[in-house]
Design a protein around this ligand. Structure first.
Ligand code: GLC
Ligand code: CA
Length: 555
């Protein structure tokens, strides 16, 4: 397997709006990030991926871009961006930009023109179709944020496609001018010196021309077979690679809803000339009761199956990205671990161990390294996210479910859980802002914050720091081959990694119960690299404590 810097890197995701506010307007900004670079350097990460910082009317918090070559006024200026980039590079940290090119904002100049008339030169930059009749959209595709994926326009007497909100019209990638404009824009950013792209819903960019009805009317557009991994997606990515990506030394990761290991080998194969790696979603999806909404803990059995399939199938042919959460997911410790005070720290460390010892590039979402938790929502007025607001309307206000039925589910999965401000210290607003934050701070910031955790050698923060450092020290963590042990065990996730003479044993107790474990003979004299409990790891028979995790190493 080829060795590359991005296979060895640990990536830290920043959601700029919620990271650090430098000027007291309640909104995180670029200067705020620059001021925290030393914190990130101390943690030891190699790369920052920033959610979008471009000009945007913020219908979907920056994922609706109205100018790809300007910085959102809330976040600062292009000079602030350049200062951040230079400050990061000075510390040996790379910066990866979010690239949102499945759609633009409806306020982007291309769309402003496009909707003017059928004759406009930009009309074909987007996907326009005639309705079935005056009242009926061209097909039954649904938007990911609810309702139809089509919006009628009086001016053109046609509908435009929007797989997300109606303020996020989908670009027409079949138009070569669209592709060229996007590639030119990407080149412009590369020339500025950025280090890569995280590509938003990139598996959705190519749509079938015919646009037939999906089998399931009204289902989220993205599950429809006609717009996910569409007919030309690989051609377009190869073209992008040839015209832009191959000219620079970049980290590229595609957000690819609906991806399977088979498809990942194409998107991110060692020699397919598309992307370095993709985000797959199997382990964070498919657990819902009402659509994606649920209050249930995912099954460990299912998790083991999914991770093991990805670890095994991509080995030596493609590269995995590893994550428990991001800005679209609830907090990892609340979802996969246990955020009750007695178990929060242990389970956060256990989850980190489980993920960071797998093959792939780990992504840490801001605050995950502190064990930040879900937010205790009190009422629908607390939501800021378009998805949660629409979902509450669609499921509850419509009368489909009662508030009592739906509330535990939507509060458990809401994307706003991840978007509450980063908890820096125990002063007002967790030190995030001197003003009023755009979204409420989690009241547990007095106990859970960066200041307290950097001062405490036993904190979740220091555990992450150690995991990151181990990765730099032991090539087996990056390149070793994965093998699952105890497949059917109800509460333990146990696996090994092997690279020539070196071998790791990873043991994670996913439950709040004690669990018996026998150390395999071959690890009898192994050393313990890291663990979240204070004990002697020489014994062959152990009673693992709730959420205990450890890694043994032998040569
Ligand atoms: C991706 C982003 C998400 C956004 C959507 C539309 O899934 O991660 O935040 O809402 O794309 O751009
Ligand atoms: Ca600000």
């Amino acid at each position: 397997m080829k060795k590359t810097w991005w296979k060895e890197a640990v990536i830290y995701q920043i959601y700029p709006r919620s990271f650090m506010d430098s000027n007291g307007d309640g909104i995180g900004d670029l200067k705020g990030i620059t001021g925290k670079l030393d914190y990130l350097k101390y943690l030891g990460i190699d790369v920052i991926w920033m959610s979008p910082v471009y000009q945007s009317p913020n219908d979907d918090n920056g994922y609706d871009i109205s100018d790809y070559q300007a910085i959102m006024a809330d976040f600062g200026t292009m000079e602030d961006f350049e200062e951040l980039l230079a400050g990061a590079h000075k510390r040996g940290i790379k910066i990866v930009m979010d690239l949102v090119v499945n759609h633009t904002s409806d306020e982007h100049k291309w769309f402003v023109e496009s909707r003017k008339s059928k004759e406009n030169k930009y009309q074909d930059y987007y996907i326009w179709r005639e309705g079935k009749d005056a009242q009926t959209p061209p097909n039954n595709w649904g938007s990911c944020f609810g309702g139809s994926a089509w919006q009628y326009e009086k001016g053109t007497d046609m509908y435009y496609l929007h797989l997300f909100s109606k303020k996020q019209p989908d670009l027409n990638w079949d138009n070569p001018n669209v592709r060229q404009e996007i590639f030119d824009m990407m080149t412009w950013w590369c020339e500025k010196g950025i280090d890569g792209f995280r590509m938003d819903v990139i598996s959705l960019i190519s749509k079938t021309k015919e646009m037939p009805d999906g089998e399931l009317a009204g289902l989220y557009g993205r599950y429809d077979p006609y717009c996910v991994h569409g007919p030309n997606v690989h051609n377009y990515l190869r073209e992008m690679n040839q015209k832009v990506l191959s000219k620079y030394d970049l980290l590229t990761v595609g957000e690819t809803p609906g991806v399977t290991p088979e498809l990942a080998k194409q998107y991110a194969g060692e020699d397919t000339h598309e992307l370095n790696m993709v985000f797959q979603f199997e382990h964070v999806e498919g657990d819902g009761i009402y659509g994606k909404w649920t209050d249930q803990k995912p099954s460990l059995h299912r998790l083991k199956k999914i991770f093991s399939r990805w670890q095994t199938e991509l080995y030596d042919t493609a590269w995995n990205s590893l994550f428990w959460d991001n800005h679209d997911q609830p907090r990892a410790v609340s979802r996969f671990g246990d955020d009750r005070p007695a178990y929060r720290e242990a389970s956060a460390k256990m989850l980190a161990t489980c993920l960071h010892m797998m093959q792939g590039s780990p992504y840490i979402y801001q605050g995950e390294e502190l064990g930040m938790t879900n937010y205790p929502f009190q009422s629908p007025q607390d939501f800021r996210d378009i998805e949660s607001i629409n979902a509450y309307r669609e499921w509850c206000e419509s009368g489909r479910l009662s508030h009592e039925e739906f509330w535990p589910c939507i509060t458990h999965k809401s994307r706003d859980n991840a978007r509450t401000p980063m908890q820096w210290d125990n002063t007002a607003q967790a030190g995030f802002t001197t003003g009023t934050p755009w979204i409420a701070v989690n009241p547990n910031y007095k106990e859970i914050n960066a200041k307290a955790e950097t001062a405490d050698p036993d904190s979740v923060f220091h555990y992450y720091k150690k995991l990151i450092a181990l990765r730099k020290q032991y090539p087996v963590i990056v390149y070793g081959k994965y093998e699952l042990l105890l497949e059917d065990h109800e509460t333990l996730y146990t696996y090994t990694r092997t690279l020539e003479q070196e071998k790791l044993l990873i043991v994670c107790n996913f439950s709040d119960q004690e669990t018996h474990f026998t150390v395999p003979e071959e690890f009898a004299h192994a050393s313990c690299l890291i663990s979240n409990k204070d004990r002697d790891y020489d014994k062959a028979e152990m009673m693992l404590r709730p959420y205990e995790a450890f890694v043994l190493y032998k040569k």
